[in-house]
Design a binder for this molecule. Structure first.
Ligand code: F6P
Length: 342
């Protein structure tokens, strides 16, 4: 291959620029031209495609966001979309494509590869919900950000005798909540995988404050968590352009319920997009470099329909068929570990 493309799609995640930089370096050394597709799939259809220069990728390893910009797109939702994408890729003389993204992006890559176009995926999402890889680029930075927030919020919670609820991202899975909860010593962690009852939550807080004589509590809730009877319901009426519910709001709901039911002063801090915008931690930069290096080897080695995934200490090829549409959910064992400290 003499000319390939790279695209970033879905929600941005720290470490994405480190992926692009790795690809650019590999291409430069091998004399392969790397074209950046800007503004994701919609940008491809609008010809926002140009070769990336050495200068484009200088000084970006430490930067959050993506120099290619990103978006969620409806392309690949309808039959025949792969042909539309292939025509656009061919128009720019691109012989293969590296897709850096999460679930929707890997599904798009799978569809494209199935249609006969050489395509390889790089796992990137702060949610860490992709099957076929133990970690996704951006996740560890999001956990660092949330853990630092918990460390800080503990001080004000303690100073004011408050229950501090911290809402973190995690649409369908609670990986960020569970891991920052463990690292930041949260007393209660609520995630989408396991429904909870407000009675249990309140009883645990009450026990902590009375039996253990604590004057404050830290509760982490993932944005997609729901209680058994739907008092805490993440799905409001607003939708994004893919028709998915816009999440964000379960934290304040929970704080209100705790205050009403227990009479303790309760507040919520929603971490929101701060979890996506911090500079990537070293581990994310290294993971980004490793998985992208592998993805490049796969594509240039003639493989297609694969994603480079972290398995144990190794980066290995994983068929996109085993990734697309699947979800890596928090297991009982992980959830139990987060519960231990309540
Ligand atoms: O990319 C994953 C994610 O961070 C989810 O946790 C969150 O629900 C979603 O993105 C929000 O994305 P946006 O508002 O940018 O579409």
């Amino acid at each position: 291959m003499k000319r390939i493309g790279v695209i970033t799609s879905g929600g941005d995640a720290p470490g994405t620029n480190a992926c692009i930089r790795t690809l650019a370096r590999r291409c430069l050394y091998d004399g392969v031209e790397l074209c950046g597709i800007f503004d994701s799939w919609d940008g491809l259809l609008k010809d926002k495609v140009r070769p990336l220069t050495r200068d484009d990728v200088t000084n970006i390893v430490q930067r959050a966001g993506t120099i290619l910009r990103s978006a969620r797109s409806r392309l690949f939702l309808a039959p025949g979309d792969a042909e539309v994408a292939k025509a656009a890729l061919a128009k720019h003389g691109l012989e293969g494509l590296i897709v850096i993204g999460g679930n929707g992006s890997q599904t798009a890559a799978h569809i494209l590869a199935q249609s006969g176009y050489p395509c390889v995926g790089v796992p990137k999402t702060i949610d860490n919900d992709l099957a076929g890889t133990e970690l996704t680029v951006g996740f560890l930075t999001a956990v660092e950000t949330a853990t630092a927030a918990l460390d800080n919020l503990r001080a004000t919670a303690e100073a004011h005798n408050r229950v501090m609820v911290v809402e973190v991202m995690g649409r369908n899975v609670g990986w960020i909540a569970v891991e920052c909860g463990i690292a930041g010593g949260a007393d209660i962690v609520l995630i989408p995988e396991f429904e909870f009852t407000l009675e249990e939550v309140c009883a645990r807080i009450e026990k902590r404050h009375t039996t253990l004589d604590r004057n404050y509590s830290l509760v982490v809730i993932a944005e997609g968590a729901i209680d058994k009877v739907g008092v805490i319901d993440p799905k409001g009426t607003a939708q994004d352009k893919l028709g998915r519910p816009k999440l964000g709001g379960v934290g304040p709901m929970l704080a209100r319920e705790i205050e009403d039911r227990l009479g303790y002063d309760a507040r919520c801090t929603t971490l929101g997009y701060l979890q996506r915008s911090a500079a990537p931690c070293a581990a994310d930069r290294i993971l980004a470099t490793r998985v992208t290096d592998k993805a490049y080897d796969l594509l240039l080695g003639g493989e297609s329909g694969m994603m480079a995934g972290l398995q144990g200490r190794d980066v290995k090829p994983v068929p996109l068929a085993d990734v697309a549409g699947k979800e890596k959910r928090v297991t009982r064992a992980w959830a139990r570990l987060a519960e231990l400290f309540g």
